[in-house]
Write a new protein. Structure first.
Length: 346
């Protein structure tokens, strides 16, 4: 485990296509953006009644919360404007604490706790048992982004019990878990959030492919939800997003069909990358992460061809989101084959 040195710059994210276009202005259009690991087959947007544009949303989000309670099988929740809003909020709800975050994972967790004045430690999974005596808050990304690692339910419950006993928190970011088959979703901690000290973050943008509507949920016991509500204030989620989120959560046939499609697309992508000589280090239904000793050069060579993927330069990793269709898949395959003929580094 390691202490995080004070950071002065916020994290770099996928989806930053404007940066790519500026750096590689001669790349062919349209760009194929695989960097954000979003569902490439998004839930289809219906016609939106005009009054959702004109009126304030229900201040209590009653019908949305009921739809979410049915979907997550848990009524102890509150809608948020994307889980990033909660990642920013939670550090403001605790006195200065020692917070442990994954050494590899969504970097906003580390950044937000640090900039709020907390002491932040990085950990690998095999270090958690030793770390629990030192930390007040443990952040787990399950499944991890970008490694795809899944922590067992029994392990998470044990960690929570140890933290709960001393007034600590277990924060579980489940942004990618909805894309998994239903049997693997049993690893969700959603059923246990009525207990103090457990906070689960749920994303809408990833599985439903609608990151632009900035929607998600926090699941926690009522005392903590009250603090979150007070911090966020009224109408924090706009009416359009609330309407769409309610509808998409209720679309059960789409959920099942989409999970089956994503499993096939993810498998096909992993096969393609392995055939091109990449070493697969992580995978979920929404992305495949690979190792390449010249990852930075591969990243640039793909960008020159108008294909944008997520680079983890320190690890020599690249994370590929899923191509949406045969045309995109063929374009990626041709780009990878072209790279084989490029001398990449020393």
């Amino acid at each position: 485990m390691s202490r995080v040195e004070e950071t002065v710059q916020p994290p770099v994210h996928g989806g930053n296509l404007a940066y790519a276009k500026a750096k590689w202005p001669s790349a062919p259009e349209p760009w194929l953006d695989l960097s954000a690991a979003l569902n490439p087959i998004p839930w289809p947007i219906p016609n939106i009644p005009p009054h959702y544009y004109q009126n304030l949303p229900d201040i209590d989000y009653l019908s949305l919360r009921q739809a979410a309670a049915n979907y997550y099988h848990q009524p102890c929740l509150w809608p948020v404007s994307g889980t990033q809003q909660l990642i920013e909020c939670l550090p403001r709800l605790r006195a200065r604490s020692v917070v442990a975050v994954p050494e590899v994972g969504y970097a906003e967790h580390e950044w937000c706790w640090q900039k709020a004045g907390h002491k932040v430690l990085r950990y690998s999974t095999d270090q958690v048992e030793l770390l629990l005596s030192q930390c007040d808050v443990l952040v787990v990304i399950n499944p991890n982004n970008p490694t795809g690692e899944l922590i067992s339910l029994s392990q998470l419950r044990s960690w929570h019990q140890q933290l709960q006993a001393k007034g600590g928190w277990l924060v579980v970011d489940e942004a990618f878990i909805d894309s998994f088959p239903l049997e693997q979703q049993q690893l969700s901690m959603a059923s246990y959030v009525n207990q103090p000290g457990l906070i689960v973050l749920k994303s809408i943008g990833k599985f439903f492919g609608l990151a632009g509507i900035r929607s998600g949920f926090v699941l926690a016991e009522e005392g903590l939800l009250s603090q979150v509500k007070q911090y966020l204030g009224p109408w924090h989620l706009n009416g359009i997003s609330a309407y769409l989120t309610e509808r998409l959560l209720e679309d059960l046939p789409w959920h099942q069909c989409c999970r089956e499609q994503l499993a096939l697309l993810s498998y096909a992508l992993s096969q393609k990358l392995a055939q091109q000589g990449f070493v697969i280090v992580g995978q979920t239904p929404l992305f495949v992460t690979v190792l390449h000793l010249n990852a930075k050069q591969v990243h640039a060579a793909l960008a020159e061809q108008g294909i944008w993927v997520r680079l983890f330069e320190d690890l020599n990793w690249l994370r590929f989101g899923l191509p949406a269709n045969t045309e995109q898949s063929l374009r990626l395959q041709q780009a990878l084959q072209k790279i084989e003929n490029i001398k990449l580094g020393n």
